[in-house]
Design a protein around this ligand. Structure first.
Ligand SMILES: *[C@@H]1O[C@H](CO)[C@@H](O)[C@H](O)[C@H]1NC(C)=O
Ligand SMILES: *[C@@H]1O[C@H](CO)[C@@H](O)[C@H](O)[C@H]1NC(C)=O
Ligand SMILES: *[C@@H]1O[C@H](CO)[C@@H](O)[C@H](O)[C@H]1NC(C)=O
Ligand SMILES: *[C@@H]1O[C@H](CO)[C@@H](O)[C@H](O)[C@H]1NC(C)=O
Ligand SMILES: *[C@@H]1O[C@H](CO)[C@@H](O)[C@H](O)[C@H]1NC(C)=O
Length: 305
């Protein structure tokens, strides 16, 4: 146990410090801010949290294809590789894109993988058979953000979903990956450290995963590993609550957690749900038979000194 804690602590320190550095990537940070303002919250979060893993050469130019929030709710999160497939390593003017012949490849950040123009005319464009809006969400001459109707190659995600039901260990490994690729690495490292030993007995549960940023902001008030452990237990509900269950709960429903006496208060507002006042930002980030994960904007226990 001692060793696990030390390992996790060093993982956490490692994870928390690069976070501060990641915000220095101005282009992706501009993209994330702009998308947040324009209502593309899921893509904004995805970009913000993946930005330490994305490398742009040159660093000041990109074209990003932006799927709507509905695509994330339909297909789940964008894994890092598929996210890279939505980014071109330079800004291609829209007029130029629209002038390209069908079958023209567009190299992306995903190594050796190109998107393909499938239709182009002066006012209609599709790439990999997905319609691209010809009204940019944003274009400042170095960064171009273009809305698309769905993920590129979303069917590659559905293939993953229809694989046979995984065992506990496979489920936890998958949850860990999903948490990491959605910028919830701190929660992921707790899952590794605690879940196998404590929760790995076939019980069903729901993880409410704060983004790493929430821990970074709060890092000063988190003193030691047992603090982290307490925080983790407050973010796990001992039953399976999918988004479609969550939206049916009456206003002010109280949910129990693995932390004795700590309850989560569900507040209902149109199309959104707040847990102890914290917005559910990425519903059904992971949805399995044993585990469901929702991404949330902050820590549930804001009263902690
Ligand atoms: C991409 O292609 C190059 C040249 O064909 C090859 O050397 C490299 O290993 C490939 N990279 C990946 C990630 O497949
Ligand atoms: C996306 O789909 C196209 C068409 O099926 C395929 O050629 C391409 O390799 C796929 N790309 C990725 C990254 O999966
Ligand atoms: C960790 O912090 C908690 C409360 O903040 C305190 O009760 C506990 O003694 C601390 N443990 C260690 C090992 O410092
Ligand atoms: C739950 O939250 C609502 C709104 O913040 C508040 O009115 C209500 O008293 C809370 N209920 C409990 C039991 O904390
Ligand atoms: C839920 O309760 C909160 C706190 O009392 C209130 O502000 C909110 O309007 C309620 N929502 C609905 C849909 O009634």
């Amino acid at each position: 146990m001692e060793d696990t804690n030390l390992f996790t602590l060093s993982t956490l320190l490692f994870l928390l410090f690069p976070l501060a550095a990641s915000s220095t990537e101005p282009l992706l940070s501009t993209a994330a801010d702009t998308l947040t303002d324009a209502g593309f919250l899921s893509m904004a979060l995805t970009l913000r949290l993946a930005s330490p893993s994305l490398t742009l050469h040159p660093a000041d130019s990109a074209t990003v294809f932006v799927p709507p929030n509905a695509a994330f709710i339909r297909s789940g999160p964008l894994p890092l590789s598929l996210l890279q497939y939505h980014i071109l390593p330079n800004r291609l003017p829209l007029q130029y894109l629209s002038s390209l012949q069908p079958n023209t490849p567009l190299p992306t950040l995903l190594p050796n993988s190109s998107l393909t123009i499938t239709f182009s005319s002066f006012n209609k464009l599709s790439v990999n058979d997905v319609v691209v809006s010809t009204t940019p969400v944003f274009d400042d001459g170095s960064l171009l953000l273009l809305e698309i109707e769905d993920f590129f190659n979303s069917s590659s995600l559905q293939e993953l979903e229809s694989e046979p039901a995984p065992t506990n260990a496979e489920t936890f490994a998958a949850v860990t990956e999903v948490l990491k690729s959605n910028g919830c690495s701190v929660m992921a490292s707790f899952l590794d450290a605690q879940l196998y030993t404590e929760f790995g007995d076939g019980r069903k549960f729901t993880i409410l995963a704060p983004l790493d940023e929430a821990f970074a902001v709060d890092a000063v008030s988190v003193r030691n590993m047992s603090d982290y452990s307490v925080i983790f237990r407050k973010h796990v509900v001992p039953k399976l609550i999918r988004w479609r269950d969550l939206i049916r709960l009456p206003n002010k429903t109280l949910l129990p957690t693995f932390s004795d006496g700590f309850e989560i208060n569900v507040t209902v507002s149109p199309k959104r749900r707040f847990l102890n006042g914290v917005l559910v930002a990425v519903p059904d980030m992971f949805r399995g038979d044993l585990v469901v994960v929702h991404g949330i904007h902050g820590l549930l226990d804001s009263s902690r000194a």
